[in-house]
Design a protein around this ligand. Structure first.
Ligand code: SF4
Length: 409
């Protein structure tokens, strides 16, 4: 297991693995998946112990987006039968957030569909942040409103936002295949604006859209360079009524390999299992807690997750514990003095070596085979086993924000 020993050593030192090493993790066989999880689990426990951070999504504005992101049920022309509503009022959003906070969430993610906010939208979200923080002093608030214009990140920061989410989603090389109405560079620019304004950046990916292993490694290396504090890993939920409805490409083992690769490349950042957790990991979810230190509680933006109670039971049964409001998520070296949720310090996630290192949560905007290089880990000789289409596990959200029904937190 030379490969895994090397990756553990590098992860503990925050040293960037080589691309071939990252590719080799994705290429390991199903027979070796427990070894891969155990190795990446050492890195996860070194930086985050057994803590699991809970995040709670509030979809402030659902559907009717003019952008054409192929994976998104809220996209232009989507035939997915999702909830569609315009901006929730601050007290409605605050009420929705309260359910997640009561369930143990320490971060609320305020998400709105659309290309990006107008200045009036930033005002609305500022009022919403205030309404939530007035009721819950210690809560972390992350905004996810799409592409930011100059000055908007600063205004959100002044309004009390702690973080901003904008995912890169996929590699620069394939970005144009999934979205034509904005570019990869636009997305990078928004993450950089959030960083520059002093917001804790949250940016991640979506796996399962038909991308290659090289694409996955590309996007994770790009994320490491952008150095977000949190990296949400979404697994595509192939919504009926979207262009990617037939893309059932993921097995639970593949999801575990992807999460392990992300952990090795970004060892000391908050790696969050985002949308698609229940659909693709299924009964293997508890194993994934050895890789990620963060999940969403309850429902996603437009689809339903498992019950919040089931999330909490899973965490306890797997021997992990919910991170408390008073605990700092990130390792000390990433936390600047006085920053609530661990805004990154001067050093990035393993920024020595010159590398630098957030929900399509079903995917909204925010939430918005290489060779076995140095190792004796057996590399898959054949293609991935075909994944099973589990449309039975995809349930459109019909409760919580934007409805009269109680959320499932
Ligand atoms: S991901 Fe965001 S920008 Fe893209 S279609 Fe969905 S809501 Fe619109």
């Amino acid at each position: 297991m030379d490969l895994l020993n090397t990756l553990v050593d590098k992860g503990l030192r925050r040293e960037l693995p080589t691309r071939d090493e990252a590719l080799a993790v994705l290429a390991t066989s199903d027979d070796d998946v427990l070894d891969v999880v155990a190795a990446a689990g050492k890195v996860r426990r070194h930086w985050f112990g057994r803590r699991v951070k809970l995040n709670y999504l509030v979809n402030l504005k659902s559907g009717l987006c003019p952008e054409d992101c192929s994976y998104c049920s809220q996209r232009l022309g989507s035939k997915a039968d999702i909830l569609k509503y315009t901006w929730l009022k601050p007290d409605q959003a605050s009420q929705a957030a309260a359910a997640g906070l009561a369930g143990g969430a320490k971060r609320v993610c305020l998400v709105a569909s659309g290309r990006g906010p107008t200045d009036r939208d930033v005002d609305r979200v500022s009022d919403t942040i205030k309404a939530i923080k007035d009721r819950n002093e210690n809560v972390e608030v992350c905004a996810c409103l799409g592409l930011l214009s100059d000055g908007q990140a600063e205004r959100l920061r002044e309004a009390g936002a702690d973080a901003y989410n904008h995912n890169l989603n996929t590699s620069e090389g394939t970005y144009g295949d999934i979205t034509t109405t904005h570019t990869y560079a636009d997305r990078v620019d928004t993450v950089q604006k959030a960083h520059a304004a002093g917001l804790s950046a949250c940016s991640g990916l979506i796996a399962g859209m038909g991308e290659s292993d090289e694409d996955l490694v590309d996007v994770v290396y790009s994320l490491r360079e952008l150095d977000p504090d949190s990296v949400p890993v979404n697994f595509l939920i192939p919504f009926e009524g979207t262009p990617l409805a037939k893309e059932w490409n993921l097995t639970p083992q593949r999801c575990l390999r992807i999460l392990a690769m992300v952990r090795f490349v970004c060892p000391d950042v908050e790696v969050r299992i985002a949308g698609g957790r229940e659909v693709h990991l299924r009964t293997m979810q508890p194993l994934a807690l050895n890789l990620a230190n963060s999940i969403f509680l309850g429902d996603y933006l437009t689809s339903e997750g498992q019950a919040g109670k089931a999330d909490l039971d899973m965490i306890a049964d797997a021997g992990f514990e919910v991170e408390g409001a008073g605990e700092v998520t990130l390792p000390e070296h990433r936390v600047t003095a006085g920053a609530g949720c661990g805004a990154h310090a001067e050093a990035g996630c393993g920024s020595h070596e010159g590398g630098g290192c957030g929900s399509h949560a079903d995917a909204g905007c925010g939430s918005h085979e290489g060779a076995g290089v140095c190792g004796s880990v057996k590399v898959r000789a054949e293609q991935e086993q075909p994944a099973e289409a589990r449309t039975d596990l995809v349930a459109v959200r019909r409760r919580g924000a934007g409805t009269d029904l109680a959320p499932n937190a």
